[in-house]
Design a protein around this ligand. Sequence first.
Ligand code: ME8
Length: 512
Amino acid sequence: MPKFYLSTPIYYINDVPHIGHAYTTIVADVLARYHRLKGAEVFFLTGTDENSQKNFEAARVADERDLKKYLDKMSAKWQSTWDLLGISNDDFIRTTEKRHLDAVKKFWLKVQKNGDIYQGTYEGFYCVGCEAFVTETDLVDSNCAIHKKPAKKIKEKNYFFRLTNYRDALIKHIADNPDFIQPIKRRNEIINYIKDFMTDVSISRQNFVCGIPVPNHRQQAIYVWFDALINYLTAIDYGAKTIKGKVLFKKLWPADLQLIGKDILKFHAALWPAMLMSADLPLPQTIFAHGYFTINGDKMSKSLGNVVDPVELAKIYSNDAIRWFLLSEIKFGEDGDFSLVRLKDGYNNKLANELGNLVHRVLSMTEKYCDNKVPKFSAAAEGLDPLCEIDIWRDFESAMDHFRFDEALGVIWKVVATANQLIDKEKPWDLAKNDNTRGRLNDLMYNLLETLRQLGWLLLPIMPETAEKIWTQLGLSIEKEKAKAMDKAKIWGGLRAEIKIIKGEPIFPKIV
Ligand code: ME8
């Protein structure tokens, strides 16, 4: 069985998740479900980045003196958000866990042994918002250009990582492995950075209140990014001393896909692979940096009061509607805009009027014209060709395999539109009036019902709750249907005649 190890970034917990964090996590969930369908053993990781100054300051603002208590509370909030959104992660890593401390220690000692860590003095700026050492070119009037807050000037003795040792090896790896950094524009961006701007980086902070201590030098704490990146190894037991731990690591590493936003490209596409090279570990297959989106044209920010809470939104529209909107609205990899007006319009037009209405009308007609049962199918009559044929599946899988989720949804909606048109053309209400056309009516209805079953399969990774609702209304057992291998399930004709349908409420009720 092939394996598929994918991860999201681990998020800072100085605040609760917003729709931007949900975006990355939802896309990861879609891919995890898709690869499970294809029969892979999937390991889907997300979690929280906790040893950061940002979190420490947020705890103080929240008047929480006990940092651990604050971190426990916030991390639980993130995990519960993903639960409410139906995210199917296999593990949730916290960087304050013992397993992570062990992994970081092991990793540091290995890199140190390989000669890539040295002591030096860092003199320059640090932006707490970015949790990064920044240069004067990143500042506008002494403020960080992104966070609009003053960067702190610091001068301290700390440890450095010989990132520049890996300049040539990184360039070569990126050139030899076109899928390594995606999309292309991010690959070009990172090549420029590695060639022209990359320097050695400071990887510890002096006398620090939070952070994992440098092995054998407790006055220094490991820089939060050096610590955080290692989470991808920790979760598969890199730090474990037992044989069992080594099995998981051997099976799953290197990761197949690491999803990130473009804001953290440099850390993942330069520092991280260099760290892995230094620790004699293979590099992930693909690092995909998606774009950033704005809210109604503005950057999402607390001060603008436009931070969108994904859970509140899902309460109104449903989890699947949010998933559908994010994937169809924003071309994956590009920047985009999230508009509540477009969400509502899209929901009513595409989900309620097109998909929802197709399901409801087909089941209503089955109730009315076919005695509430799936009719027998005689033979493919002229003009009633299967709507989900090989080409549909091929186009769908090709879109999914290349991260083109908007196109994958386009394929699904092509089936929905064709089915709706077929009903309008064939007019089952007329076919039902005449005994001579009974056979054609049955063929038509079978065709439409089988299309719904297959739509369930196409929708399963992207809109899993909708897929299950469709199957339930078709009278299918969700468990039995899911237990089928995808290759078998997509063969036309899998719906058995005579099963009783269970028509329910419209799956996407209109929202006014
Ligand atoms: O950077 N549009 O955590 P973070 C799209 N802890 N995606 C967005 C977004 C937006 N407007 N806003 C946030 C960190 N994201 C580190 C990561 S990993 C070893 C350490 C998503 O809480 C996107 O995935 O700041 C981005 O990369 C991530 O949230 C940043 O999360």
